[in-house]
Design a protein around this ligand. Structure first.
Ligand SMILES: [Zn+2]
Length: 54
């Protein structure tokens, strides 16, 4: 796969590379492109106490 094709696939979002988290404060479940849990904050309440939600 060429570098251009790789870029296209990233831009088009054909790959499912989001991560699902759950806020431990308000229990909101949300998706984020951020792979590092420590950088994720809840979109509902802004709390950073989130966990992986499988
Ligand atoms: Zn929350």
């Amino acid at each position: 796969m060429s570098i251009i094709d790789r870029a296209k696939s990233i831009v088009s979002g054909s790959q499912d590379d989001t991560f699902r988290y759950q806020c431990t404060s308000c229990m909101e479940i949300f998706d984020s492109e951020e792979a590092h849990m420590g950088k994720v904050s809840c979109p509902q309440c802004g709390d950073r106490n989130v966990r992986d939600f499988a």
